[in-house]
Ligand binder design. Sequence first.
Ligand code: PGA
Length: 240
Amino acid sequence: MENKIIIGNMKMYMSINQIDNYLKKMEDKITNNVILCPTSLYIPYFLNKNCNIGIQNIYYQDKGAYTGEISAKEAYDIGIRYAIVGHSERRFYFNESDIDINKKVHACLKNNLNVILCVGETEEEKNMLKTDVVLRHQLKIGLNEVDKKYQESIIIAYEPRWAIGTNKIPSSKEIGDTINYIKLVLKKYCDLDLKVVYGGSVDNKNIDKLNKIDSVDGFMIGGASVNPEKFSKIIDCVNG
Ligand code: PGA
């Protein structure tokens, strides 16, 4: 069986003087199904270390007068092969809309970057029983006009916003059902057959249980991915 995907979303969690130690400790642990996404500024320290590197965000224009932004083309040219698009922190703190996110998806695919498209409901939406509607909308708009030929280049990360960094996790049944629903929407509305990973408070303590959910194709890990001990345990468990 193909290995599950393990994405480390390192956010702005790691300081420069932790990098050497981290890479030394993780050297033998990082397998080819692991994608590390450090803060953009530190990506060069992680390149050429035999691991897949992703960027946490890109801008949708290839070049031009966009002070402070990084394009998919620039990312690809330096050796980055994945981009996280539409993370809930981007949607929430930077007001990214599904239309912006769709432009980013296309910019990545055009420039040969694999896309990790994040979707997920807020706690309020969940309580109002709107999870399905919200996810359907995010997927339909986010993947609008994406050609089936890019199927292998897109991963969906299902991350309920209320589960990120909170230690609150949906039940295994909820995760399994929601991921099955996402796969159904992808097929029905987007004609795409994509891998779907779960993210939100995944750590070394709950990974055993989460890893047993059938429909989950892997995990996206935030906080625990910058801790070599915790992240190693997660990788060991997922890789069996
Ligand atoms: P967390 O973050 O593992 O710290 O909850 C996950 C994410 O935001 O991708």
